[in-house]
Design a protein around this ligand. Structure first.
Ligand SMILES: [Zn+2]
Length: 312
């Protein structure tokens, strides 16, 4: 019996060594572990540093640590498209220190999920962004990147895996329906992901994001796609891409009026309205998904009117 355990242990050690040797990401996984160790050390520091910014705070003589705490939890999910050519390219991008970009999860077109970062760590996927008064979405969100070149449809297995993942995350972190948003929502003047093919309505139907009532929906017009107008903008730090804006039209046709201004309605939903043109385009990219210009028609205003009340 003793010999069996020796042989078994040896087999286990060899298996682990072989699997490490065959994993092309073994060197960057070592960097990942090293970084996690540095952060763990920061968390374990007790008593904490006494000074900061040159100010000495009047701390008590004895350090008293509470016995009741756990880790902070993420409260949002931010969904992206990678605007890259393959999932391998994205995995490579997120393991190159010079790119300074990452996400907690990457989902391939075949539905494979790559969990690149623990939910409790701060990923670098949002960049400068704002949602409501939250100005540090990287600190409060989980980033999910979908392998997509920026213009194509999202595959069925990819969306199925995304929904399974969202189910797990929603339950684990007790995330409210409204807090499943897109990168373009938090960074309207910089980002256009996920692209207008993203099934926000389907997701909202399952409890991931909000949607407007059927009664105000605009009837479908066959063949009305604007996907060719959407520029490709890759994530921060990656090779510069075409930064051209979504085409803006200037005419206005709206007669419908809301109880609040368009700006206030957009702000209630969460949009940064410091650049109104970008805020309207971002709203339309998420909730209208066609004719993504800075003009709101009567039908679109009715949708905005219906939606902002759901966020109150
Ligand atoms: Zn993004």
């Amino acid at each position: 019996m003793k010999n069996f355990f020796r042989v078994f242990s040896l087999f286990l050690v060899i298996s682990v060594l072989l699997s490490c040797a065959s994993n092309p990401y073994a060197p960057t996984n070592r960097m990942h572990k090293k970084q996690a160790k540095v952060l763990t050390k920061q968390l374990r520091q007790f008593p904490p540093e006494q000074t900061g910014n040159g100010i000495t705070l009047p701390y008590g003589e004895d350090w008293v640590g509470t016995t009741n705490f756990n880790l902070r939890k993420p409260n949002f999910v931010v969904i992206h498209h990678t605007a890259q050519e393959s999932v391998e390219q994205t995995l490579k991008t997120f393991t190159l220190p010079r790119t300074q970009v990452s996400a907690h999860y990457v989902i391939g077109k075949d539905g494979t999920i790559y969990n690149m970062l623990n939910d409790y760590y701060r990923g670098w996927h949002g960049g400068a962004g704002k949602w409501g008064n939250n100005t540090d979405l990287n600190s409060s969100s989980i980033g999910i990147e979908l392998d997509n070149n920026g213009k194509e449809e999202f595959s069925k297995p990819q969306i199925e895996s995304l929904i399974e993942l969202l189910k797990v995350l929603k339950e684990k972190h007790k995330l409210p329906d409204a807090n499943f948003i897109g990168h373009s929502d938090i960074a309207p003047s910089r980002k256009v992901d996920p692209n207008p093919n993203f099934p926000w309505e389907k997701l909202a139907g399952e409890g991931y994001g909000l949607w407007y009532d059927e009664a105000v929906a605009i009837p479908e017009i066959a063949g009305d796609s604007i996907i060719s107008e959407i520029p490709t903008i890759v994530e921060e730090g990656i090779i510069p891409a075409d930064e051209s804006e979504i085409i803006a039209k200037t005419e206005t046709t709206a007669d419908f009026t809301m109880d609040v201004s368009v700006e206030i309605a957009l702000r209630i939903i969460g949009y940064d309205t410091s650049d109104m043109e970008s805020a309207i385009k971002a709203f339309k990219l998420h909730f209208i998904q066609k004719d993504i210009n800075a003009v709101l028609s009567d039908e679109e205003l009715k949708i905005l009117d219906n939606l902002y009340k759901k966020y109150l």
